[in-house]
Design a protein around this ligand. Sequence first.
Ligand code: ADP
Length: 487
Amino acid sequence: MTSVLERSTLLKSQAFVGGAWVDADDGATFPVYDPATGERIADVPRFGANETRRAIEAANAALPAWRAKTGKERAALVRRWYELIVEHTEELAHIMTLEQGKPLAEARGEIAMGAGYVEWNAEEAKRIYGDTIPTLANDRRMVVVKQPIGVCVGITPWNFPHAMVTRKASPAIAAGCTFVLKPAEQTPLSALAVAALAEMAGLPAGVFNVVTGDATDAPVIGEEMTSNPIVRKLGFTGSTAVGKLLMAQCARTVKKVSLELGGNAPFIVFDDADVDAAVNGAMAAKFRNAGQVCVSPNRLFVQSGIHDAFVQRLAERVRTLRTGNGFEDGVQIGPLIEDQGFAKVVEHVDDACAHGARLVTGGASKLGGTFFEPTVLTNVNATMRLSHEETFGPVAAIASFKTEAEVIATANDTPYGLASYFYSRDIGRVWRVAEALETGMVGINTPMLANEAIPFGGVKESGIGREGSKYGIEEWTEIKYLCFGGL
Ligand code: ADP
């Protein structure tokens, strides 16, 4: 434990329901581990259907008063939540590195990003505008208002244990909904810390609730969340397989869904690109969070004229990256979250090499555990598993290509459509390729996509809906049409 963690009042090991810190009915708990050391760091309640139902009922009880507040009143409380998150950045970042493993500097960055969503949505709470529709009959007037959906639930992943929570809960709550969150079993502590700050900010009891459970509890909690008729919407970030399951479950009571699912992002470098900028971009996009990012480039395509120069410069940079415990100064690549994730990365690299890929640098780390050295592979082709499945590790898999048409076809040849990136200095090509890529987001000569001001989300099997921006908050509102007659 670092001294910051020893002093922290935000390290909670109970769930948060109706404004109270609570245990499971039978007192059962599950362990949370530090992925860098394998040490057990906390024991957190194992909730089942009954506890989850009570959390939903607590959110329902809080709904009338919360919904009745003006946007400005809600904005003030959500803004206070934001300020407290910022003030507690250091504690929140330490909690994240402890349970998730990412380097401390990256954890601080994630808190800033996550807080940005809370700030943005506090501001947007005041700007949920309706419409007046020009009438088609003089004795009538037609008006559209937007209302909060009601009780909403969220299920979030472990790779961004803070920002995925605030990106769902803050727009819903700012819009006037109440919320029940189930964080990932690997990283519940970051979510519970956000709940502690919501309590400190004075969000009324029941407006934000956190239910916890292990991997075997997740389907039970998910079943209650998706079958309970009180719940009107589910926001989910995670795998495409679980997203499809939850969407099917929500269909039974026609709940709205926002889904942010898997990706298979292409990163394309054309001959006319600034190679140094492209290498910088690939480093930033690929190796953040050890590649455990849904918008991380999974496939790198480099045009044949600059392929060798790009590979050489990228490999030089990759060899300088330091792998280790995220609390150590200068570490840029932390451990992978767990054995299963590590095994998948190993399998993908082995399978690629068996099908003709060349390992330029990297491989499993001498550090043992789930540490994997940042890796560069070349000669990658479509027969390899890593061309079709999200590797979710620090592996830059590079294929060479010849023409623009060929690379667009290959880039789009996937059921996923979250993010894509390309580097080119030809203005005509920039427009053509940006319009042709079948993804919800495109980074053009830049690796950085996500912030609170933009609509984050995917097309195809990468998801439904957008998070962040003016579009994001609307996902948590219903349109209601009012027709005034007899004028
Ligand atoms: P990942 O591969 O990133 O762990 P998952 O989709 O398995 O992605 O997990 C994302 C979130 O979904 C986690 O909070 C996890 O507990 C939850 N989850 C997994 N399976 C289910 C399920 N059947 N019902 C509800 N939630 C689930």
